[in-house]
Design a protein around this ligand. Structure first.
Ligand SMILES: C[S@@+](CC[C@H](N)C(=O)[O-])C[C@H]1O[C@@H](n2cnc3c(N)ncnc32)[C@H](O)[C@@H]1O
Length: 336
């Protein structure tokens, strides 16, 4: 008889943990920046290697609840900062040999289940979706943006085919009553002509709103640029993504800086072409069947990584212009 593993759905599982560790090689020591500290799953695993230090960042102050135990256990080897990872360049790292910068994008189990945050379509009450250190909430976006702006957000950040009808029905409904999370779910359900029985009808719209409210596109782009600037030669940047937009950005960033395009501002005069990164695996690493059985949400995870080949701390990248259209959509928030 084959034993079925019943996942413990109340637990946070660090995704692709063993794969990540084999890439960043903490056994040789050094400082690692865990840009998405969360429950500290990656951080603890790294700190179990004796010669390591970890700086953990998280925009959600609630994740600092997980800090005390780690500080106690790994004295002087761990530091937590409640900042967004786009601000990596503000860290004071003079005395650190940064060997790896890691990102585990997405949300932790506790965030998804937090009714105040309202990240999931099972939540009730006021729309929110703020992960932490935000300028506005989903409530302001849904109630104040134009029909066209909502449609564009749903189309490009959610890849939702029925964006236009959903945006139109939101604008009609918001004239007479406040749109709560439950109301939004109902509007989406009644707007959709094509039912997809594989995913909840609100999945894509909620994804789009979370990306917009948390400015996840510019966060990721600036996080990657700053990570590439601060790591030393032979250091690794590793990123776990959960949806195709994030994966496209990471893939482009690594590929474009490893293909004779990355011309450093400090290039030697002989115009020799220098690549900033070395890519070992062109394809992303994905969870095993065993991991997916134990933790079903891991099924959409993709891990990509790159190794810095040069000691350049400034370089040119066209990533901002490549994803200009997505950043312009995030900028609809300027009027909120
Ligand atoms: C999937 S969880 C990370 C889980 C973690 N790897 C673990 O093993 O416990 C993602 C975390 O990243 C944080 N986060 C997401 N975007 C962020 C950003 N731009 N800056 C800082 N933290 C961010 C979230 O608040 C959340 O706690």
């Amino acid at each position: 008889m084959i034993a079925t593993i019943i996942p413990d759905v109340k637990k946070h599982y660090p995704v692709l943990l063993n794969e990540l560790v084999s890439i960043i090689t903490p056994q040789y020591g050094g400082t690692f920046i865990d840009c998405t500290f969360g429950q500290g799953g990656y951080t603890k695993k790294i700190l179990n290697f004796p010669k390591t230090k970890v700086i953990g960042l998280d925009r959600d102050i609630a994740s600092s609840n997980n800090v005390q135990d780690i500080e106690k256990k790994f004295k002087n080897r761990f530091l937590f900062k409640n900042i967004k990872f786009s601000q990596l360049n503000n860290l004071k790292l003079k005395n650190h040999n940064v060997k790896g910068v890691i990102f585990d994008l997405g949300y932790s189990y506790t965030q998804i289940k937090d009714p105040i945050k309202g990240l999931s379509f099972d939540s009730v009450g006021e729309l929110n979706m703020k992960m932490g250190i935000n300028d506005f909430s989903a409530k302001e976006a849904i109630n104040q943006l134009s029909e066209k702006e909502l449609e564009i957000i749903f189309k490009y950040f959610g890849e939702e085919k029925e964006s236009r009808r959903i945006a139109r029905n939101i604008v009609i409904n918001r004239k007479s009553e406040e749109i709560t999370t439950e109301k939004l779910v109902k509007i989406i359900e009644s707007s959709k002509r094509k039912k997809n029985y594989r995913i909840h009808s609100s999945t894509k719209i909620f994804q789009a709103l979370r990306i917009f409210v948390n400015k996840e596109i510019s966060e990721l782009i600036y996080g990657l640029i700053n990570a590439a600037k601060l790591i030393k030669k032979d250091g690794v940047i590793a990123v776990v993504t959960f949806h195709s937009i994030e994966d496209r950005i990471v893939k482009y960033f690594f590929k474009s800086l490893s293909e004779n395009k990355s011309i450093s501002r400090y290039l030697p005069k002989n115009n020799e072409k220098i690549n900033l990164f070395k890519l070992i695996d062109k394809k992303p690493i994905t969870p095993s069947e065993k991991e997916i059985n134990e933790n079903p949400p891991s099924r959409s995870a993709k891990l990509r990584y790159a190794i810095k080949k040069e000691n350049f701390y400034d370089f040119d990248t066209d990533i901002l212009s490549k994803f200009k259209n997505l950043i312009e959509i995030e900028n609809f928030s300027k009027k909120l």
